[in-house]
Design a protein around this ligand. Sequence first.
Ligand code: CDP
Length: 223
Amino acid sequence: MSFSIAIDGPAGAGKSTIARMLAKQLGFIYVDTGAMYRAMGCYFTDRGIAGEELSRMAEECSGAHIDISYLNGEQQVFLNGENVSVRIRSEEAGLMASACARVQNVRETLVDLQRQLAAKDNVVMDGRDIGTHVLPDADLKIYLTASCQTRALRRFNELREKGVLCSLQDVEEDIRKRDRQDMEREISPLRMAEDAVLLDSSDLTVEEVLEKMKSLARTRYEK
Ligand code: CDP
C-alpha cells in the first residue's frame, strides 16, 4: 500500500515549495496538481478560448492529453507531447487554470490521472481538493494557508526573481480573484477537509513549516 500526504490551500501559501522539499526529504514522489490545471489552461488559451467560455472548455477538453514525467526528481508536464513546464508558470496561466478548474469534464480527466499516480507510489500531492476529493483516504492531510498580504508578497517576490515586471497591488488582486473563484465554485471548491491539520505559515519560515510537516508525517508513517 502506498502512503499519501495531501496538501491543500489557497494561492501563494507556499504549498509547492514545501511539498517539493517534503517529498524529497521523505523520498516520495511530488505531484503538483495545479500544474495539470495550468497545462489545461494553456491548451484553451492556444485555441483562443476565453476564461468565461466554460461550455467550449467542456466540449474541447478531450483534445488535451496531459502527461507527467520526472526529470532528476522534478515534475515535467507535457501537453500533447510539448513540454510546457516553463510556460505554465505565468500569472495568465494561473488565472486560466482557475477558470477551467470549474469545468466538470476538466476535473474528471485530471483527477483520474492524479489517482493513478497516487496508487503507484508514495506521494506528496498538493492542490485545492486533494484531501476533500482526490485522496479522501490520504494518510495525512494538511491545509496550508497564510494571510492574503503575505501570500501576495511572496508571489510578488517570486515573480520578480524570475524577472517578471508587475506591481504588488496587481498580484494581490490576482490572488484575491483566484481565491474567490476557487472557494466559490460548485465542483470541488477549495475548503479544509474535516480531518486535515491547519497550518498558518504567515509567521513561519519554510524550514519551520517543513519541520512541522515532517513530524506529523513521522507520527502517521510509524503508526
Ligand atoms: O501555485 P498556485 O497556488 O498559484 O496555483 P496552482 O496550485 O498552480 O493551481 C492553479 C489553479 O488550478 C488554482 O487556482 C485552482 O483553480 C486550480 N486547481 C484546482 O482547482 N484543483 C487542484 N487540485 C489544483 C489546482
